[in-house]
Design a protein around this ligand. Structure first.
Ligand code: KG4
Ligand code: ZN
Length: 336
């Protein structure tokens, strides 16, 4: 019996350097992620120039690790897949250049895929079966979008944020409250045992349409935090922080859950795929579970390791590979 073909996927769109080896079935043989959180933590957000430099340092060791863990040699690879859009251009260029070089050197096809399609595909990968057509919710540090997904690589925009992405709002709120970076996991930890009803934060655009807005929520949090510090002092404000973090998390989860259910009703679909870093959030996951159970809809959220940026999701390129839709040797890194 012939061995299934093997592929290398690369991801360098933001602040994770990642490589994965997967087969055409698909089966993920390895998925290695080197996080740059420590590089960006002092700045409270991702610094594009530092991200690009860290990718340069990390990418070759990460590729080597992914190949070793998958017991795969470079010569065993049938194609190289890379997320070439959207993202920070300087960061993307590192992965795209490496992918081009490997494709020329090994004389195998180059596959250029969208990071967003990769995120949506992660839900299918985790489910292990076809979950499309579905409504897809992408909630990450750079994006908050609702999509009609006919397939992972056939996405039609239904709604998106008019300002900040959900993860960006959580990152900024955490920085404001001195909780560190990345903010989403820090807020989640702080919110444990907190009272989500103590601070009535706004749920922007909750009752209308499929677009999102998180900047007003961020401002409301800023004023609440400043009011606490001013009226009660730093120490009391810090004691109120678990309640404030829980209230913020609840507001974000309410908005995302309500919009996702609205999109399902509008499209008549009964499958919901939720992906991106914010989809790791336990509060959001449990609200989505409850709402989809009530609505009789199948929910597909990958495990946290497949929600945050990784290269296993570059297996979305397999469809393109099957159709022979290879990328040109001068494939561009694109911000959008
Ligand atoms: O998908 P991702 O890894 O990178 C982008 O494509 O942006 O998402 C990163 C975002 C960050 O804003 C981070 O704070 C957020 O996902 N995040 C979380 C959690 N883990 C990561 N937000 C809420 N709860 C979490 N547990
Ligand atoms: Zn992402």
């Amino acid at each position: 019996m012939t061995e299934p073909r093997r592929f290398l996927g690369l991801e360098t769109s933001c602040d994770e350097t990642a490589a994965a080896v997967f087969t055409e079935e698909p089966r993920i043989l390895s998925s290695v992620v080197a996080s740059q959180h420590q590089v960006h933590a002092p700045y409270g957000g991702v610094v594009p120039e530092l991200a690009a430099r860290a990718h340069l340092r990390n990418l070759l060791p990460v590729i080597r690790n992914a190949l070793t863990q998958a017991d795969t040699r470079l010569e065993d690879l049938s194609a190289i897949a890379v997320h070439h859009r959207p993202g920070l251009v300087g960061a993307l260029v590192v992965g795209v250049s490496a992918a081009k070089m490997l494709s020329v050197m090994l004389r195998v096809p180059l596959l250029g895929v969208s990071h967003l399609e990769g995120h949506v595909y992660a839900s299918q990968l985790a489910a292990g079966r076809d979950i499309f057509p579905a409504v897809a919710v992408i909630v990450s540090g750079g994006h908050t979008q609702l999509m009609l997904a006919r397939a992972a690589d056939q996405l039609e925009l239904l709604g998106q944020t008019k300002d900040d992405a959900a993860g960006e709002a959580l990152d900024k709120a955490a920085a404001l409250m001195g909780l560190g970076f990345p903010g989403g996991p820090a807020i989640e930890r702080e919110a444990e045992g907190g009272n989500p009803k103590r601070f009535p934060l706004p749920r922007p655009l909750l009752h209308e349409g499929l677009d999102f807005s998180f900047s007003g929520l961020k401002t409301a949090l800023l004023y609440t935090w400043q009011g606490l510090v001013r009226d009660q002092g730093e120490k009391a404000a810090r004691l109120a922080r678990p309640d404030l973090a829980a209230s913020l998390q609840a507001a974000v989860a309410d908005v995302i859950t309500t919009k996702a259910i609205r999109a399902l009703k509008q499209t008549g679909l009964n499958s919901l795929a939720v992906c991106g870093g914010v989809a790791c959030n336990k509060r959001l996951r449990s609200q989505l579970e409850e709402a989809t159970r009530k609505a009789g809809v199948a929910l597909h959220i990958p495990p946290p390791s497949l929600c945050t940026d990784n290269a296993a999701m570059a297996a979305v390129s397999l469809e393109r590979w099957r159709k022979g839709q290879f990328a040109p040797p001068d494939l561009d890194a694109l911000p959008h």
